[in-house]
Design a binder for this molecule. Sequence first.
Ligand code: SF4
Length: 393
Amino acid sequence: MQHERVDTRRVYDLHREPVDVALRGIASETAGILDRALAGKTLEFEEGLHLATTSGAELQALIRVADEVRRQDVGDTVTYVVNRNINFTNICIIGCKFCAFSTGPNDPEAYNLDLEEIGERAAEAWACGATEVCVQGGLPREWDGYQYREILRAIKARTPEMHIHAFSPMEVTYGVEKTGLPVADYLAMLRESGLGSLPGTAAEILDSEVRALLSRRKVTVEQWVDVITTAHRLGIPTTSTLMYGHVERPEHWVRQLLLLRGIQQEYGGFTEFVPLGFVHFQTDLFRKGLSRPGPTLEEHLKIHALGRIMLRGFINNVQVSWVKLGREVSQLCLLAGANDYGGTLMEENISRLAGATAGQYLSPEEFQERIREVGRTPAERSTTYQLLKVFHN
Ligand code: SF4
């Protein structure tokens, strides 16, 4: 069998071919697993690992089947949320080797937004049509753990109806350690102060050995799972994430997908699965030769396809991160199982409106254009995937 490379044109061609054409002529084991996925069967570890190690025509078949499963399960609409990122500080004591964002308190680049500024940014976002603020930051040493509550109150005081998607399990764990409150009480306090949902970031790879390489001081697997499942028990939805393209291996992807699937089966609180490609530039992990230089195109496509297939029947939404992947690759991932384009991240929009010339900016209109370019229908959604407006042609 010819092992044709997966390139941009091939993904577009694949998308137009009938599924059975893509399955024809590939190894019977791969075809059998993909047939089971198409029939709605729940795939197990060995099957997932087999798919995670495909290449050439078999990888193309995986991508084609993921696109078909996406079409069957969630249709041709591609959703996005109009939101603004508020990264309230870049000062952080944790020191993750893959992080190019954090800095020390005495660094000239260090910043710490005060509550008034945070509230103001939320008010600007609301005025520009945002329905969500995504609030995350570093972990400054002197924080007392109630600062997260104060941030929520500051935002709600200015924008009572804004959905606040805030604080990763790392930040929640830091708040718990600082206050001494049980996780459930801490999360309930945040919810009463306006928390709407949690980003399921800080997951990276949920494997103790990989975490020891990436960041020794990060939340443990057990702590991440505890915060997430406690949030779900309290009715606070979260996203689920996986960072790929660094030191991890295919079995880590599959184990993580099964872990997320198991949590979803029990608690049902995940809104979506978001694969996050490792951006290696300016990270210690890459500079010290400890990781590969981010994911290949094949890996980008494979993880979105695998997420769609392994999570079938459990987590319906697979998000592609346009910020990390850029226009072309993120559009290709929409043809490999993804059905959500993430957030407009108005931060740069407002900076631009304020006169800045640098920085990325994507308007809702540009989102709609990119989505239409791959033949799909754009729709604005809420954080929890309620459709707010469908933009039919
Ligand atoms: S905890 Fe977050 S901000 Fe701090 S170093 Fe790690 S990834 Fe960066």
